[in-house]
Design a protein around this ligand. Sequence first.
Ligand code: FMN
Length: 181
Amino acid sequence: MASALRSTFLVGSLRSASLNKAAATYAARMLDQTTSVNIPDLGLLPLYNQDVEDLRDPGPVSDLKAAVLESELVVIFSPEYNYGIPGALKNAIDWLSRPFGAGCLLDRSVGIVSISPGSRAGENVREQLLTVCQALSHHAFPTTLGVGVVSELKDGELPDHAKSALDHWFGDLMRYVATES
Ligand SMILES: Cc1cc2nc3c(=O)[nH]c(=O)nc-3n(C[C@H](O)[C@H](O)[C@H](O)COP(=O)(O)O)c2cc1C
């Protein structure tokens, strides 16, 4: 059966044992029956430079923009770096925000997740991402998901409490997407 919903997941951590990457992979598996998920490697993107953009989008940027434009849903999974948005993710968002006023996120539903070893569950990065996404999208899901006190993966998997938080939040996100479309 063809998937009804197309989505792109943006992961703000580039490391292989990332908690946030594991969350994105888990969510992709969980949604498998209903949603196609693309998880681009944000480490392939060059740093945003308007001179380069004025000539033409580099290949990895056009690929990312095409994936997002083909998606109804974008979900961001990100750690907090120094009380803010990791550089690789902010760079991707800056590319996606162009052209000014008509960026690729505008008509997509956008959800925000942070999995963190800290007890505040990436509160600052979620708040900053929500501010950015509300400026770039008409459909930013206002309820972000923060899962704290997750110290490490076991056999590449998140602990059960993180998985159930993701299950529950994705249920709410999908109901939001249905009302917005
Ligand atoms: C450069 C850097 C800055 C960090 N800054 C914060 C921070 O401000 N707040 C926080 O809770 N954790 C911070 N951390 C810890 C990360 O939350 C933790 O390393 C997390 O596991 C990274 O996400 P990942 O597992 O998806 O790679 C920082 C980590 C790094 C590498």
